[in-house]
Design a protein around this ligand. Structure first.
Ligand code: ADP
Ligand code: MG
Length: 700
């Protein structure tokens, strides 16, 4: 029975080789099962007939039974004509049906006086009710009671041209459901469907296409969403449990000289309670004999780097090397700097490896890694290349995890005999439901406290016509000894124009602030120049840094207290939040100024409002998820796991994600090796899914 769902779509009556090709290319439908799981995006109630008298211009789709009285043709241009059919339901009322295209076909195909059911969205034209391009069926062919809710399917322009519109797909689905006479096999055990009051899979898969009413539709959707989320969770948790059993973690039993030296002699401030707690959690993991896989969430400026460094020192104390990986060169360089500063006077060899480290220097580092003399490696993606080999890598930190996927993380594991302990850090907090799905195999630590003395950043929205008074405030701040960032948008597609904007803007700003010194950095500069310009700002030689988003992550200048973001409408929420995180690092009151034009799209307004309202990264992340949907969030494309979701929506179905997670966890706890016959059904189906779903294979 499972096999019939694997059946080639070509053999479904009404398909054939040509449509098979079209369905495959346009919608990825290859089998009966694919068609069955090509869910409609909406339904329209077709159980009710309206009389023309009831119709108004602002109704959704309606249907009317009646007959055509006459056709009328209007010339619109030499080639184009508009065809109108006058249609009555016998009540004495007449409405119009209009065709701008295909009118000729309509005149030939529909017969005056014959009984039809027309279907469409009514509007009012010339004082009469009108339906443009209606669906028309012979009345005696349509069984209304059986029609219920009519499904609507996504199609493409190409498909429509070939006659494969939503109606055509609907017919194919109808045929398919008739072919699938026997009940479709269940994929959830009874104890779950009963406990959660879920309808059977057979019922759900039929009703998702043809429900009798909205309630049936809803029940079908819940069942299918749950199933989808449940198997994603089961797969992640199975994977985590597998890893745990398969790999021993290195046991870092002691805290030694490096850690203690640093703690007592080098640490310039005391740790926050949250930092202490997280370091305890990490130490416990690393000493447990189990490989650590921990996600560290902490808002911008919460002091994650320090936690990472202290964890790496524990690895060193136990005779292992450590590595920290950042998403960009600048950030890697900055990490190197920070770490070197922290470790000043200590005898620890730290090296930087990025794509631009080449030749002899690179070879030296590679050698040092192999003979174990390089103890801490700081780098970008470059460190996951195969040529980078360690003597004994014991711990890996991945900063800004949301830019790395599961597959990339997995690659790190091949770099040592046992997999190293892994700490992934993100400053863009990930909403819980998303974290559970994306990084569900990770334990989570949270730094929920900022270092003391920080004042919340004040965020304001300013229209660009008030720039002059903004400049005055900036001047004022600088006179008080502060420094200022001014950020221009630089978005890849329009890089050239943006760069010009930045250059011109820089010249203008130089004239606006003749009494100050300005630095300028952007991604197209030579690294050495960039470094030099940054350095001038860091040392206080320049007071204003004009920059693109290259400063988005990591840059740390505590004396900078104003962040001005120009054309703020062009930035996403998480980007804005990251940029804002560059200020508020010292003890002074900091400001973030979002500058936009006067006219704003609805979404932009929402983004700006949220920014002005809160500094809480978690709230911002939730809002971002709602506004953009998970597929657009940074990193989710590469995450390669959860985003093949066909029907569930992580942003909206948060509660179901949690329920699915709990159910899956209970099963894994009960049967960690995934072989109990009690759950045979589940393991079998999971294997099927993993075979057919390429992305799911990635994490095996
Ligand atoms: P993020 O979590 O965004 O990576 P960083 O690690 O860059 O934050 O830390 C931000 C700033 O706070 C740095 O200048 C860092 O030295 C400082 N910092 C970190 N921990 C503390 C602390 N416990 N007390 C005071 N300052 C701290
Ligand atoms: Mg950081």
């Amino acid at each position: 029975m499972t096999d019939i769902l694997q059946q080639d779509i070509q053999y479904l009556p009404g398909v054939g080789p040509q449509r098979k090709k079209m369905l495959g290319e346009e919608l990825g439908i290859m089998t009966y099962g694919d068609l069955l799981q090509n869910y409609p995006y909406k339904h329209v109630d077709r159980s009710r007939l309206y009389s023309i008298r009831e119709l108004t211009g602002d109704m959704p789709f309606v249907q009317v039974k009646g007959h055509i009285l006459s056709f009328e043709t209007f010339k619109m241009s030499a080639r184009k004509e508009r065809v109108v059919a006058h249609f009555t339901d016998g009540s004495g009322k007449v409405m119009d049906l209009t065709w701008f295209n295909g009118g000729k076909y309509a005149k030939q195909n529909y017969t005056i006086g014959k009984e039809y059911i027309i279907f469409g969205r009514p509007n009012v034209y010339n004082g009469r009710i009108n339906v443009t391009h209606p669906d028309i069926d012979l009345a005696d062919k349509l069984e209304l009671s059986a029609m219920g809710m009519q499904p609507y399917y996504n199609t493409t322009e190409k498909m429509k041209k070939a006659g494969l519109n939503s109606r055509a797909i609907e017919r194919l689905v109808k045929t398919l459901l008739e072919v699938l006479k026997e009940p479709l096999p269940e994929t959830l055990p009874d104890f779950i469907t009963q406990k959660l009051y879920l309808v059977s899979r057979d019922e759900a898969l039929r009703k998702i296409h043809y429900p009798q009413n909205t309630k049936e539709l809803e029940r079908a959707r819940v069942r299918l969403k749950f199933e989808e989320l449940f198997y994603v969770q089961l797969n992640i948790l199975r994977y985590a449990s597998d890893q745990r059993r398969k790999y021993r973690g290195y046991v870092f039993s002691k805290v030694g000289d490096h850690f203690n030296d640093f703690y007592h002699n080098n640490l310039p401030f005391s740790l926050t309670e949250a930092q202490k707690r997280v370091i305890r959690e990490i130490r416990k993991d690393m000493g447990s004999g189990r490989q650590m896989n921990r996600l560290l969430q902490g808002d911008v400026g919460s002091g994650k780097t320090l936690v990472a460094l202290m964890s790496m020192l524990i690895a060193l104390d136990n005779g292992y090397q450590a590595c920290i990986m950042a998403p960009t060169e600048i950030l890697a360089e900055q990490h190197l700097q920070t770490i070197m500063d922290f470790l000043k006077g200590m005898d620890i060899r730290v090296a930087l490896l990025t794509g631009i480290v080449k030749g002899k220097k690179r070879q030296e580092i590679l050698d040092g890694l192999l003979d174990g003399t390089v103890q801490i490696l700081v780098g970008t993606h470059a460190v996951i290349e195969d040529t980078v080999q360690f003597a004994h890598l014991g711990m890996v930190v991945v900063d800004e995890q949301h830019r790395f996927g599961v597959a990339q993380r997995a690659k790190l594991w091949s770099k040592s005999q046992n997999p190293p302990h892994v700490l992934v850090m993100t400053a863009t907090p990930i909403p819980r439901t998303l974290a559970m799905t994306l990084y569900g195999d990770l334990d989570v630590s949270v730094i929920d406290e900022l270092p003391p003395g920080r004042k919340p950043i004040v965020t304001q929205h300013v229209f660009d016509r008030s720039l002059p008074s903004l400049y005055d405030s900036i001047r004022n701040q600088i006179h008080q000894g502060r420094q200022v960032y001014i950020v221009f948008p630089l978005i890849e597609e329009s890089e050239k124009i943006d760069l010009k904007n930045l250059e011109e803007g820089y010249e203008v700003l130089k004239q606006v602030f003749p009494e100050f010194h300005l630095s300028k950095v952007h991604g197209k500069m030579k690294p050495a120049d960039k470094e030099a310009e940054m350095q001038k700002f860091v040392s206080g030689e320049t007071q204003i840094l004009v920059a693109t988003t290259v400063i988005e992550v990591g840059v740390n200048v505590p004396n900078a207290s104003v962040m001005v973001i120009l054309e703020a409408q062009r930035f996403g929420l998480s980007q804005l939040h990251q940029l804002r995180g560059r200020v508020g690092r010292g003890a002074d009151q900091s400001y973030c100024i979002l500058v936009t034009g006067y006219k704003l799209a609805e979404d932009t307004k929402k983004r700006i409002d949220i920014m002005c309202e809160t500094n809480d990264g978690f709230r911002i992340a939730e809002a971002d998820l709602k506004l953009r949907g998970p597929g657009d969030l940074e990193g989710t494309q590469q995450s390669g796991m959860a985003f093949d979701l066909k029907i569930a929506d992580i942003a909206r179905d948060g509660q179901l994600v949690q329920i699915a997670r709990d159910e899956a966890q209970a099963i894994i706890d009960d049967d960690p090796t995934c072989e109990s016959p009690r759950y045979d059904l589940l393991w079998k189906h999971l294997r099927e899914l993993r075979k057919t779903n390429i992305n799911w294979g990635v994490i095996s």
